[in-house]
Design a protein around this ligand. Structure first.
Ligand code: SF4
Length: 441
């Protein structure tokens, strides 16, 4: 008999991508296999995001598209989960707009999905169950990983920071850390499998890992020290960091440990102290620069990336100029720039000094122009340097690798093994990629 098929539509960040790997694990436990064709699916799951209003509209449209399929196949099971459903009133809105949805769950009870599907299969009664509050972390063993050499590992959930533009603390709850032993066991298994060469630790603010244990000894650096003791050829990355909690001790540990990636994502959001204050970010730009100086001083080959929001309510031309100056100061290897858009349910939604869209557009264009020139110069400076590269693919006789900072590099005519690290000397810089050759020690 042919197996039942699932299709998962994932929206949003790495956290959601990894949640979808957990969903896939649960579905496989129930005997489902993956399909890319909606018309072949027995179950369609929307793992949603609500970080921006536009994401929500897109998801609504995608769910609406299922109506015809559901009409043609009454047995099709439709599930909606993720951040969007966790918002107040959203399950009711979804039920009214799309009565054909069978199961609606929130972020706090994702791990129950396997049981919910079993329940539906027995009763054929649609239901919605969104828990208002987070419960104790349920350790999860069924993860069906989709990435090739990188494995995502949750180290904590939720956020306590309440930046005024952000919905995350309202839909993901307060910070809860996984036990160090559970994380270590998961990473040990992943490394032992010899499949994963990068372990990316996930959390909304990984720098506050362990603080909720209140034992006075567990923190993010303690965790990293333990993980780095695991034997094997792998790198540890993490995301996302909050500059107010990124300690000098952490910088020093990254500098001292070969297993730590030297590529650091340090979201600044704005270069202006006025705006940082209104955003409720709890650091100054002086502190941020001190942190950057420490990173470059202790880790000369570090690369730093960031997130920036332009056009936050009240942002003046002067504030924006401060952000542009910061770009020149840090010389980021990458900037994820966003135009501010109102997010329902956040304090900033009610700020009355919203910036007109044309000004926001001008600013983001300017920001990307400056950053583009910085990346060009950064890349040119790589010529002649030797970088550690993970070989991820081979197309004809060209190997494709990734540098620690995530840059694509092409290496010709070498006898290399996929999934291994090599030292590569950069010979050429093209628009979106590097060219190099392997150095034999
Ligand atoms: S730190 Fe701020 S931006 Fe990041 S998830 Fe928490 S509230 Fe949102």
């Amino acid at each position: 008999m042919e197996s039942k098929k699932y299709l998962i539509e994932t929206f949003g960040c790495q956290m959601n991508i990894h949640d979808s790997e957990k969903i896939a694990g649960m579905l496989r436990n129930l005997g489902y296999n993956e399909t890319q064709e909606k018309s072949c699916a027995d179950i369609i799951i929307f793992n949603t995001c609500c970080i921006r209003e536009s994401a929500e509209l897109k998801i609504m449209a995608k769910i609406g598209d299922i109506k015809a399929l559901k009409k043609a196949n009454k047995n099709l099971l439709v599930v909606v989960c993720g951040c969007m459903t966790q918002q107040k009133g959203m399950p009711e809105t979804l039920k009214t707009k799309f009565p054909f949805i069978n199961i609606i769950i929130g972020t706090h009870n994702l791990e129950e999905l396997e049981e919910y599907i079993k329940k539906y299969e027995q009763t054929h009664k649609s239901f919605s169950d969104v828990w208002e509050k987070e419960k104790e972390i349920k350790e999860h063993t069924s993860v069906y990983r989709t990435s090739k050499f990188n494995a995502w590992v949750n180290i904590m959930y939720g956020c306590n920071n309440f930046c005024t533009y952000c919905i995350v603390p309202y839909v993901r709850g307060r910070e809860r850390s996984r036990k160090l032993e559970d994380i270590k066991a998961e990473v040990q298994d992943l490394v032992s499998s010899n499949k994963y060469k990068t372990i990316t630790l996930l959390g909304q603010n990984v720098n506050s890992y362990g603080l909720d244990f209140k034992d006075g000894k567990t923190n993010f650096v303690t965790l990293l020290k333990e993980l780095s003791k695991i034997e094997g050829d792998f790198k540890i990355k993490f995301m996302t960091s909050h500059p107010k909690d990124f300690s000098f001790e952490l910088v020093d540990f990254i500098a001292s440990c070969d297993k730590m990636s030297k590529s650091i994502h340090l979201p600044v959001q704005s270069g202006s102290n006025n705006i940082l204050k209104i955003m409720n970010r709890h650091y100054t730009i002086e502190h941020y620069k001190e942190l950057v100086d420490r990173i470059y001083d202790k880790i000369p080959d570090a690369t730093i990336t960031t997130d920036i929001i332009v056009g936050f309510p009240g942002e003046t031309d002067e504030d924006f100029i401060e952000t542009c100056k910061l770009l020149e100061y840090v010389k980021y290897s990458g900037v994820f720039g966003f135009v501010y858009s109102k997010r329902r349910g956040t304090p900033a939604e009610k700020f009355d000094n919203q910036i007109p869209i044309n000004i926001k557009r001008e600013r983001i264009t300017k920001l990307f122009e400056i950053q583009h020139a910085i990346v060009k110069t950064n890349s040119e400076q790589l010529i002649g340097k030797t970088l550690e590269v993970l070989i991820e693919d081979k197309i004809k006789n060209v190997f494709i690798g990734k540098t620690d900072a995530g840059k694509t590099i092409k290496i010709k005519n070498e006898n290399l093994e996929l999934g291994n690290f090599y030292k590569v000397k950069i010979s050429k810089v093209l628009t979106n990629e590097l060219v190099g050759e392997v150095i034999i020690d």
